[in-house]
Every structure is written in structure tokens, then in C-alpha cells.
Design a protein around this ligand. Sequence first.
Ligand SMILES: Nc1ncnc2c1ncn2[C@@H]1O[C@H](COP(=O)(O)OP(=O)(O)OP(=O)(O)O)[C@@H](O)[C@H]1O
Length: 254
Amino acid sequence: MEQAAVRVTGLSLQGGGGALLAGVDLVCRAGERVALVGASGSGKSLTAKAVLGVLPPGLTAEGSVRIAGTEVLGVPCARRAPDRRPAAVLQDSALALHPLVTVGEQIALPLPGRLRRADTRRRVRDLLASVGLPDQIAERYPGQLSGGQRQRACLALALAAQPPLLVADEPTTALDVITQAAIVSLLKDRTGRPDGPALLFITHDLAVAAGLCTRIVVMHGGRVIENGPILDVLREPRHERTRELVGAARSAAA
Ligand SMILES: Nc1ncnc2c1ncn2[C@@H]1O[C@H](COP(=O)(O)OP(=O)(O)OP(=O)(O)O)[C@@H](O)[C@H]1O
């Protein structure tokens, strides 16, 4: 069987007095970009947190989450082997970066410690360039960047660790439409290729999902209700809730 960047099987989560996720199955293969969609509260972020190893305390998880073939469910991110840690790009880039450490120092952190300083500086510059940021950004603090620049810096930080998978949880929601398009185009360039991470893209925007991803997983009430090639699912949604999401997206675009 081909090894997936992430394979979630029968993931269930209990907490807050009830079932939050029930038997979630999801696969994102190496070199693939998969959209995870669903109405608010359907369980997308909790699924992402289980994959990332950052589940909130007090929740009981069952099932399986395999990253590049290794079982990681219940193993916090920091205790996973470095090549089994997915990277994350989240909605709030200001919270994702340390406010008192320069962008360059933060991007250098995941790089191998044995690199000479000049090599580290060069790698940081290359990573910044790969997300369309100039060298000088390395010396700045996160608060001195625009929201779009900060999200690019978060992407550079995520790519620095060469993760098998990038989980992007509504990464463009806080940005204006032009910056949104630029970040989506960067995600398309930098993920879903044999030499880059696979992408699990959580979004409410079906049009963006269709432009970026080849497959879609639709959640409702803590379950996966539909799953398939994105253009097929959007053209002919089978589940009533998927039809509602597609209908709402069509009305918004009209
Ligand atoms: N730590 C927690 N304890 C108890 N319930 C939680 C916890 N975190 C989330 N939930 C509940 O689990 C459900 C799924 O939440 P989740 O954040 O995964 O939804 P979502 O699909 O990402 O929604 P949105 O699109 O609004 O971000 C919601 O009903 C939420 O209230």
C-alpha cells in the first residue's frame, strides 16, 4: 500500500459531555492537496489538532492517526520524531509567531543545529525568498510585518522543517482578497509536489478549495459525510449537507 502523508482511521473524540468526532477517516497522500470542509462546528479543527498532536486536554481519543506510516495519535507534537511532525499555518499569524524574537531567528530554529552561521543565514534568506519575502524581513519582529507578510513568514517557518504534511487551518480568513489570492498561490507552489509537503487545507471557501486541492473531505456533526475528487463532489454532491454548502457557495458567487 502506498504510504500516505497522513492516514486518519476511525478517529473518535469524546469530551465536553459527548462525542465530538465519530469514526473520522481521511487520507492525504504524499504530493497531494486535500480540502477539509464543513459547516462551523463540524469537527474540522479538532481533526486537524489530532493530526498536529495539539489536542486540548480533557478529550479522549480513539482510532488511528498515521503520519508517513507511523502511529502518532495521542503523541504530542514535541514528542514525535521530527520527520513525523506536520507543520501548521493557522488563521492568526500574529499568535503563531513569538513577538519578541526576530523572524529570521524563528525560521532558523527548525534548521539543523550543525549548520555554520553563514549557512543558516543563507538558508533563512532562501526560505524567505521562496515565500516572496526580501532578506531584510529576517531582522524584523513579527509586529513590524503586515498580516500578509506575517502569513508568508509563517509559511517559511513551516517549510523550514521540511515536514511531510502542512495543515493549513483557514490561513487566509484574516486577509484582504488580494493577499488571500497571493497566499493561496504560494500554497499551490510550495505544497503537493514530490519534493514538498502534502497539504490538508481547512476552509469555508469552496471556490478556493477547488482551485487548490484535488480531493475534498466534507464533515458534518463530527463525521465525514462525503469524500472524493473535488470537482466531482462539487458538481454532483451526494449528501444533503454537501448540497447545502455547494448551494450557499453558488449563491455567494452569483
Ligand atoms: N476542547 C473542547 N472541549 C469540548 N468541546 C470542544 C472542544 N473543542 C471543540 N469543541 C467542540 O467540538 C465541535 C467541533 O469543533 P471544531 O473546532 O473542530 O469545529 P470546526 O469545524 O473547526 O468549526 P469552525 O469552522 O467554526 O472553526 C464544536 O461543537 C466545538 O464546540
